[in-house]
Design a protein around this ligand. Structure first.
Ligand code: ADP
Ligand code: ZN
Length: 441
C-alpha cells in the first residue's frame, strides 16, 4: 500500500500565517469591489453605512463592512444577492427558511470546484487516497451534504458510492459487499448504522471502514467515542453551511481538536452577537464568514449564528489554518433536528395556515441515537368536541403540513384547550431533552 498523502493541497494548507493574511488582504479588496459593483442589495447596505470599496484596504478594515443576516438572504430571495449572470451558474442548493421562503445559494463551475476542493481536503485529512471506497449517505438533492462530499471524493479519486440517506439495509449490504473504507453521514446516522450492524451480528472488525466524516449537526465527544468503537474507525468532524458553500468550510485533522477553516477561501471572525463588535481570538462568540473566491453568491460578513471559539494554536498536523471548536450553541432560536434546520416560526406558520392558534410545545429527545420530534398543539374549544377518530385525522393532516414545511416528520398531538403549561403567562415553546446527552443545538 502506498503512503497516504497527508494534504490535498499542501501549499495552501500549510502556508505560514503571514502568507494567509496576505492572500486574504488581496482577495478581500477584490471581492468587496466585485460585490459592490455587482450586487445592488449589498451596495445599498454599504452605501447606507457610508463605506466605499476604496475604504477596504486589508482585512484590518473588515469590521467597517455591514453584516449580512439570514433575513437579508430571505429578503433578497431568489436573485437579490446573485453577483453574476444566471447563465454562468451551474447549480443551486437550498436550506430551509422560517416562512417557507427558502434560502437559495447559486454556484458557478468555479464555485463548485472550490467547494469540492475543500471537501477533498477534509477527505484527505481523514486519510483518503484513490484506493478508498467512500460511502456517502448524506442526502443528495437541494441539501449540500451529499453532493459536496461526493465531489470532493471524485477529486481525490476515491471510488464513490452515492448512496444518499436512508435504506439502512442497503447501506449495510453495500458497505460490506463493496468494502467501503470511509463513511460520510450525519453523526446520528453513523451511530444508528453502528447499532444496526451489531443487531445483524457484525463485529466492528468485520467491516473495512477506517474513517468517518460526520457533520451537519451537533455531536459530542462521547458520541464520537461511541461511534469509533461501534464501527472500528476514527471519526472526524466537518462543518459548513449552504450560504457559504456547504460542508467543508472547516474540517478536522488527525488531532481531532477543532476544525481547520479553509482560510484561503473564507475569512472567519468572532463577534459579540448582541453588539456586533469583533472579539479577540480565543473568545467565545458568533462566527461570521466572508467568502473570498465565490463568483455567484459571494457573501460578506455573513452571520452564521453559530457560537464557537477560534484558536490559532499550532497544530501537530502541520496545517496553519485557524481552528474552530464545535459549535457550542446558537444565537438564534434555530434547532437542528435529525440534521435539518428548524425554526419555531416555521411551525407557527403551519399552525396559522391550518387554522390553529399558535399554542404549541416542541419536545425533542434522543432515542437510540436518533432525534425524536413531537409537537403538542392545543385545539380550539369547538374542535375539542370532535370524535377521537376525527381528531386523529386532524393530527395526520397537520403532521403532513408540518412535513411539507420542515422537510422532516414530527409526531403531532392535538391536546385539550389550555393544556400546555404556561409559565408567567408565556408558554415554554421548546423542551429539549437532548441536553442531557450534551447536545446544545
Ligand atoms: P449543512 O449541510 O451543514 O447542514 P445547512 O446550511 O443546512 O448545512 O446548516 C448549517 C448549520 O448546520 C450550521 O450553521 C450549523 O449550525 C450546523 N452544522 C453544520 N455542521 C455542523 C457540525 N459539524 N457540528 C455542529 N453543527 C453543524
Ligand atoms: Zn490539524
Amino acid at each position: 500500500m502506498r503512503m497516504p498523502k497527508k494534504y490535498f493541497q499542501q501549499e495552501a494548507e500549510t502556508m505560514p500565517v503571514e502568507e494567509i493574511k496576505k492572500i486574504q488582504d488581496e482577495k478581500l479588496v477584490k471581492q468587496v469591489k466585485y460585490v459592490y459593483d455587482n450586487v445592488k442589495y449589498y451596495r445599498d447596505l454599504m452605501d447606507k453605512k457610508g463605506v466605499k470599496p476604496e475604504d477596504i484596504k486589508s482585512t484590518a478594515d473588515l469590521h467597517k463592512l455591514p453584516f449580512l443576516k439570514k433575513d437579508d438572504l430571505r429578503e433578497a430571495y431568489p436573485y437579490g444577492l446573485l453577483a453574476t449572470d444566471l447563465n454562468k451558474c451551474v447549480r443551486i442548493h437550498s436550506t430551509s427558511g422560517t416562512t417557507g421562503k427558502r434560502v437559495v445559494a447559486f454556484y458557478t463551475q468555479n464555485d463548485i470546484d472550490m467547494w469540492e476542493e475543500c471537501t477533498a481536503r477534509a477527505l484527505v485529512a481523514a486519510g483518503a487516497t484513490e484506493e478508498d471506497v467512500v460511502q456517502v449517505c448524506y442526502g443528495y438533492g437541494l441539501f449540500t451534504g451529499g453532493s459536496g462530499i461526493h465531489g470532493g471524493s471524485h477529486k481525490v479519486g476515491c471510488l464513490t458510492l452515492p448512496m444518499s440517506s436512508g435504506n439502512t439495509d442497503r447501506q449495510i449490504q453495500f458497505m460490506m459487499d463493496l468494502n467501503s473504507t470511509i463513511l460520510c453521514c450525519t453523526p446520528s446516522y453513523a451511530a444508528y448504522l453502528g447499532e444496526n450492524l451489531k443487531e445483524k451480528g457484525y463485529k466492528p472488525e468485520d467491516n473495512k471502514l477506517k474513517a468517518g466524516i460526520f457533520g451537519a449537526e451537533p455531536w459530542t465527544e462521547e458520541m464520537r467515542r461511541d461511534i469509533e468503537k461501534a464501527l472500528g474507525i476514527k471519526a472526524y468532524d466537518i462543518y459548513g453551511l449552504t450560504e457559504i458553500s456547504g460542508p467543508g468550510v472547516a474540517f478536522e485533522c488527525e488531532e481531532q481538536k477543532g476544525m481547520h477553516i479553509n482560510e484561503d477561501h473564507f475569512i472567519a471572525e468572532i463577534i459579540d452577537p448582541d453588539t456586533g463588535e469583533v472579539l479577540p481570538e480565543g473568545t467565545k462568540g458568533e462566527l461570521v464568514f466572508t467568502s473570498l473566491d465565490k463568483e455567484a453568491f459571494p457573501l460578506i460578513r455573513y452571520r452564521t449564528r453559530d457560537i464557537c471559539i477560534l484558536s490559532r494554536e499550532k497544530c501537530s498536523c502541520g496545517r496553519t489554518f485557524v481552528r474552530m471548536t464545535k459549535p457550542m450553541g446558537r444565537s438564534d432560536d434555530m434547532m437542528i433536528i435529525r440534521g435539518v434546520n428548524v425554526f419555531p416560526s416555521q411551525i407557527e406558520t403551519v399552525l396559522l395556515n391550518c387554522g390553529y392558534a399558535p399554542n404549541y410545545q416542541i419536545i425533542l429527545d434522543r432515542v437510540n441515537n436518533s432525534d425524536t420530534f413531537d409537537i403538542n398543539v392545543e385545539m380550539g374549544t369547538e374542535d375539542f368536541s370532535d370524535t377521537p377518530k376525527e381528531i386523529t385525522k386532524r393530527e395526520k393532516k397537520l403532521q403532513d403540513a408540518m412535513k411539507a414545511m420542515l422537510g422532516i416528520n414530527p409526531k403531532v398531538h392535538l391536546l385539550a384547550p389550555k393544556s400546555i403549561p404556561r409559565s408567567e403567562g408565556k408558554a415554554v415553546r421548546l423542551i429539549d431533552n437532548r441536553k442531557r446527552y450534551g447536545i446544545t443545538i
